[in-house]
Write a protein that binds this ligand. Sequence first.
Ligand code: FAD
Ligand code: 2HG
Ligand code: ZN
Length: 501
Amino acid sequence: RRSLATVARSDVFANISAADIEAFAKILPSPSQILTTISPESGSAASYQAVDPSELDTFNNDWMNKYHGKSQLVLKPKTTKEVSEIMKYCHSKNIAVVPQGGNTGLVGGGVPVFDEVIIQLGGLNQIRSFDEVAGTLVCDAGCILESLDNHIAEKGYMMPLDLGAKGSCHIGGNVATNAGGLRFLRYGSLHGNVLGLEVVLPDGTVMDNLSTLRKDNTGFDLKQLFIGSEGTIGLITGVSIVTPRRPSAMNVAVFALDSYEAVQTVFGQVKKHCGEILSAFEFFDQTSFDVVQKHATAHVRDPFEARHPFYVLIETSGSNKDHDDEKLQVLLEHLMEEGMIQDGVLAQDETQLQGLWALRESIPEAAGKMGKVFKYDLSMPINKMYELVLDMRKRFDEHGVHGEGKDVGAVCGYGHIGDGNLHINIVAKSYDEKIENIIEPYIYEWTSEVKGSVSAEHGLGLMKATKIGYSKTPESIEYMKKIKDLFDPKGILNPYKYIQV
Ligand code: FAD
Ligand code: 2HG
Ligand code: ZN
């Protein structure tokens, strides 16, 4: 087990001094690129000013307000060269750093554990090139996912990934976490879509693999090591990615169902009837639905007359609206006639389409408004997924902590059914260790027994740094540690996280 209390700051890492900040001020041309609470040495002609600690709050605390660092220094480079110079200096002085993108990560990976220097990559936000024939985009790592999508939309393309955090997360953060998201089912993993990366290694070396080639079988494909490495072996500064054509026809439908068996049957039917145009197949249970209705910041309209135990959202993306509309209508009628679904709605326009997506996309935000959320992000066989949600509820009931007004207010089950990825959000009054002890290691053992993964998409971060053994063999872990040591022998990049076994 690992809780924050059991991790100690390593004294191999230097404490930051005013002299270090003066050195960084020589690398970064604008005073706005340095945010620090460390005062300059008195009497010196300082090139920077200290700020109030509260100005570092957004960088020290994560999206869930679960993980809290104590960094005294945020650096905001704008170029790869600046990142490289910063790392050269940190390497020579044994200064520990944490790379930070949009800070939307859900496992505590992007915030410091102690006083690590935060390297915030939002200043690297330029689009470098876009090839309108091949659909290849080359951009800085700090570009926001949604801005990239808007940029290439004008040219008829779209980003191959989409997630609820698109308005804040960076493409560099997406690559570093190998983010999955809502359209993984159709466009696949970043391991397939990323064509090249530019990476600054822990000693400041710039590794330029920013290829735009679709096919390249010359040697080891090193970029793959950085995809999903969560900022532990290099800082991603540039990304080359292949983007698909933006579909001219898009449809969204939400179905209401009475059992989890029906969810699985409908998944089979949807693949059979419109597999070639399917771009998302998501599910959420009634608890998730209720949490959105009660707690989402913006009101999300309930399109149904009654509540149902399960809902699925399907999205199709194609090139002929009439053809797709007809297919979906036929599917809907077939599912209703056969009694596989209890009710269903088809979006008639863009507003309704967004409204239906909001039923699903608002779940993390609404759960966060309701309370403190213990989040689990698991891969497992689809037929096992909901059994775990029921088992968790039963466990909380047995401990007498589950229900309205109790410590655990809701256990939400939802996720990317099409990818075999379950999200469990346990909404509690506080991040209480007593509750965590009811959940863990039970949930990890359960997942391991069905040969699942303890991280389908959010990664290991700090939360699961000691949990990799539930999903990977000792031999694999040993070689992963060797890779970390090869790239970062001093261990200065994102310490205390990822693989700590
Ligand atoms: P951060 O949170 O800043 O960092 C995440 C990790 O990557 C950290 O370990 C950090 O050190 C490292 N890192 C960041 N940038 C770099 C870089 N340039 N170089 C090296 N390392 C770097 N995730 C999914 O997979 N699928 C989803 O559907 C999904 N939906 C979400 C919905 C919401 C509402 C929220 C809040 C989060 C969601 N996430 C999802 C999780 C999160 O958004 C993703 O993990 C995202 O990819 C993180 O990007 P970021 O820029 O915010 O990274
Ligand atoms: C999603 O699919 C994200 O909405 C977030 O991966 C899941 O908050 C979560 O647990
Ligand atoms: Zn997800």
